[in-house]
Design a protein around this ligand. Structure first.
Ligand code: OAD
Length: 242
């Protein structure tokens, strides 16, 4: 567990930062009851990513992929933002244009909490994209038909998610790069730090001289690189930083 001294030090760093960037992963939503991917009960222990979260899987069996996303939408719809999400909203209101939030989470809980200055780099489970005309739209229907079709061009819709083997959107990459290069403090919350490019963000921030603080239940491959590692639940640790 993070000690009082460590928390105090992190609070000081945050209070004196000029520009803060935050990277979040599934760990922040775990405290709302959303399963992580690589934890003991993580999704990737019970499901095969290659069957459900790749463009090839969708091409082969779109019905199966949509069934899985319908199940996840149903589960996430019952969850609420927790105090860690709420604290990041407060931070955004205090820091305004000196703060940017980058999330790998697709559950939409940061937006539901009220965050507006954010990049959802892996997409959003509440959005669909047409495989024909490419139009992206918000869609909160549960369940969606197992083969949902575009109202405009009648082609198949897919989840607006970045799957394994796909690249991040150019505009998100640019925005993240800007935020990482501008920050003097990066907070990395609840990510295992194994999925790129997000796994490389702490190094980018270090390269520009920023201080990096990690908040996680356990050590990650990034723990040796960061300046301060705070162990504990995001919902307990993050609110103590403000
Ligand atoms: P992971 O499941 O890989 O990692 C979750 C991290 O959160 C682990 O390091 C846990 O120790 C930590 N954790 C769990 N509970 C926590 C808590 N209450 N407080 C703080 N930390 C906690 O999730 P990500 O790193 O987000 O891709 O995974 C990255 C990407 O891999 C995801 O965005 C997803 C997945 O495939 C897509 O959805 C496209």
């Amino acid at each position: 567990m993070a000690t009082d001294d460590q928390i105090l030090l992190a609070r000081r760093h945050l209070a004196s930062a000029r520009n803060v960037t935050i990277l979040t992963g599934a760990g922040i939503s775990a405290d709302s009851g959303v399963p992580t991917f690589r934890g003991t009960d993580g999704l990737w222990h019970n499901f095969r990513a290659e069957d459900l979260a790749t463009p090839e899987a969708f091409e082969q069996d779109p019905q199966l992929v949509w069934e899985w996303y319908n199940w996840r939408r149903e589960l996430i719809a019952t969850k609420q933002p927790n105090p860690a999400h709420d604290t990041l909203v407060k931070l955004e209101r205090q820091w305004t244009d000196r703060m940017w939030l980058i999330t790998q989470n697709v559950d939409g809980l940061h937006r539901a909490a009220g965050s507006e200055r954010l990049s959802e780099i892996h997409g959003n489970i509440w959005k669909v994209r047409c495989t024909g005309c490419g139009v992206i739209s918000e869609n909160r229907e549960i369940p969606l038909p197992t083969l949902p079709m575009c109202r405009l061009c009648h082609a198949l819709l897919r989840p607006h998610i970045v799957w394994f083997g796909e690249s991040l959107w150019e505009k998100d990459l640019r925005r993240c790069d800007e935020a990482l290069r501008a920050c003097d403090l990066l907070l990395v919350i609840g990510t295992s730090g194994v999925v790129y490019p997000a796994a490389g963000f702490a190094s980018v921030a270090k390269d520009v001289g920023a201080l990096v603080i990690e908040i996680n239940l356990e050590n990650t491959p990034q723990s040796d690189l960061v300046d301060l590692s705070l162990q504990g639940r995001a919902k307990d640790v993050v609110p103590q930083l403000l």
